[in-house]
Structures are given as C-alpha cells and as structure tokens.
Write a protein that binds this ligand. Sequence first.
Ligand code: AMP
Length: 217
Amino acid sequence: MNILFIGPSGSGKGTQSEKLIFKYKMTHLSTGDLFRRHTQKQTDLGKSVIFYTNKGELVPDHITNKMVDDFLNTTCHDESILFDGFPRNLNQAKELASMLKTYSRRLDQVYFFNISVDLLIDRLKGRLWAPVSGKLYHIKTKAPKRIGLCDVSGETLITRADDTEKSIKMRLEIFQKETQPLLEYYDNQNILIQIQAQQEPDQVFDQIDQAYKKQAN
Ligand code: AMP
C-alpha cells in the first residue's frame, strides 16, 4: 500500500507518521526531513534549498521531484510507502503518479489532516526537533524527559529555522494556495480520507489506523 499525508505544518503529520511506521513497518518519505538533513550536512542540494526552506517557501519542483525520484530508485519496493509532505502541488502530484507507475505502484489512500489555524500556530510555536534522530517534541504537549534533549539519541533539541511567526504564516498561505487544490484532485479519484486532526494524538491515530486496516484487508 502507498499512502499520503496532506496537512499544513503542525497538523500532526510527523507524529502520526512515527506511529504508523512503527506499527506497519513502512518506508517513510518526508521531503521536509530529507531537505533538513541535506541542509544540516551542508550538501550541494542542502545549500541550494536553504534559501527556500528557511523562509518556508516551496523548493522548486524540479529539485524536489528529482530528490523523490532518487529516493524511490533506492527504495525496497516490497514495502508500503508513506509519503509525508510530498506532493504539495498539482504538478508534483502528477509527477508522483507517473513515477509510481514506473514501479507498478499507485497511491491507495490520501489522508487530509483537517485542523484550525489557531491550533496550528499554537503547536508550531512550541515545537522542538532533534536533527539526527528526526524526533519531534513540543514544550507543552510532548515534552522530552530531560529538558532540551532527545529521549532517543540524547542530542540537543533545536527550534526549526522555519518555525518563526513570519514563516509559519507564509507556509499556511502557500498551503492554502498550492496544496489545498490536491484535495479535490484526490477526492475525484475516491482516495481522500478526512482526519479530524485537532484531536489528541492517540485519537487521531485511531482514525488513521481504522481506515488503513480497512483498505489493507
Ligand atoms: P515540512 O517539514 O514538510 O514542513 O517541510 C519543510 C520545508 O521543506 C518546506 O517549508 C519547504 O521549504 C520544503 N519542502 C518540503 N516538502 C516540499 C515539497 N513537496 N515541495 C517543495 N518544498 C518542500
């Protein structure tokens, strides 16, 4: 099965990805994580995208699509893939469909994380990130056991460079303009599932898990 999580930053995609991957042993493709790893390591790709990622703007499609294509080329195609944060516009969605076709795959389900803007901003402002393990925390709702340190790797937690108020607003505007049209696109293919993402993480996971199991059986 191949599934996609669509939702604005802060809607809980990262947290739910961790849970789903743990339960079903899927391959996780988060373009945001891949870009962050490249910028941390200061690779050529990282240097070419930092201008966009720090501001919260979309990285140009030709760079993003190529990175995804490279990832798919080296992925074990026996496993289910969870696409998280890609595609984010119609051009990327069409590109993904054609990439998947070359591996005789298709998207089976698209989960839309529906959430209010106020709650989003609240969540993003307290978010902390562990660059090496990729784990996400929140100062109020998902605090690490030791202040400022990742529970898994012990590394120092940081605030993402794009979690500023200005960048958060910019990302929301881009989401509404570029990504929202994907909802109609996937609804027309009858693969769109609405998730009430304002609920507690375990309740959100139950919604996803039920829908996933229904499709998998
Ligand atoms: P995320 O962690 O998903 O919020 O992504 C962080 C940043 O990476 C975004 O603000 C964009 O700059 C970039 N990015 C991630 N996914 C994409 C994508 N599918 N298309 C273009 N840019 C992306």
